[in-house]
Design a protein around this ligand. Structure first.
Ligand code: 6PG
Length: 241
């Protein structure tokens, strides 16, 4: 992997403030150049204050198009729903047109059907044909202590899916929906938001560039990625953190 582009912040509040500024700058640039801003969201605790902080942002919300990079296979009103969290924290409170907010479908009996459905939504929204890969303006990603990102978990079949945009992930036998590695790597900008000392080991392996990527899947993300870490995650990983 190329040398990672990393910024370290003293705490979650500082990371959140910088992430808010970064997201809004990306939105402004994308809207100026292409008339819209396509953003894929992450789950987890780290981005929640970012979502909350965006409620008061001054931006042309009608140009925003929201997707999710992964989802637990639960209904939107389930406490585990990544989309449900983002709606409560942010999306219910800003005037993004509802038809521009695309939670992953989770009602089909077979999660593969839902994955296919979401892939069709991406193809229609981006106006791309079978075989083409869209370029999001920005994909937000988290990372678990095991090095997973989106729902790309260690040693799972989802890691090697190269001919799809969306696939079915697997966490401890439970299905997830997830962006595939080629889709994530094709984006204009990736922003990892990683906090907590329990991420140090995975970060060390991922930044080393030599570890088996199937053991630490975030290492498969070789696209244009910026990493925002808090000091706890960066300690012993990044020089002078
Ligand atoms: C999941 C979680 C997970 C999360 C990371 C980072 O679906 O299992 O959402 O993917 O994004 O574990 O989580 P934190 O930001 O809470 O550390």
């Amino acid at each position: 992997m190329p040398t990672p582009n990393v910024r370290v912040f003293p705490d979650l509040a500082a990371l959140t403030a910088a992430a808010k500024q970064f997201v809004l700058e990306q939105a402004t640039g994308a809207i100026a150049q292409r008339g819209q801003f396509t953003l894929a969201l992450a789950g987890g605790n780290t981005p929640k204050p970012l979502y909350e902080s965006l409620v008061c942002a001054d931006t042309p919300w009608s140009r925003w198009h929201i997707f999710w990079g992964d989802e637990r296979y639960v209904p939107l009103d389930h406490p585990d729903s990544n989309a449900g969290m983002a709606f409560q924290a942010w999306l219910n409170h800003v005037p993004i047109p509802k038809n521009q907010i695309h939670p992953m479908p989770t009602a089909d009996a077979d999660p593969q059907t839902a994955a296919d459905r979401y892939e069709q939504i991406l193809r229609q929204t981006f106006g791309i044909r079978e075989g083409e890969v869209p370029s999001f303006d920005l994909i937000l990603l988290g990372m678990g202590p095991d090095g997973h990102t989106a729902s790309l978990f260690p040693h799972t079949a989802a890691l090697t899916v190269g001919d799809r945009l969306i696939t079915v992930g697997n966490k401890d036998g439970q299905p997830r929906l997830t962006f595939t590695v080629p889709l994530i790597n094709h984006t204009r900008q990736i922003l990892f938001l990683v906090t907590g000392a329990n991420k140090q080991t995975a970060l060390r392996h991922i930044f080393s560039g030599t570890t088996d990527p199937h053991l630490y899947p975030a290492r498969l993300i070789t696209g244009n990625a910026l990493w925002f870490l808090d000091a706890a995650a960066a300690e012993g990983v990044v020089a002078n953190a």
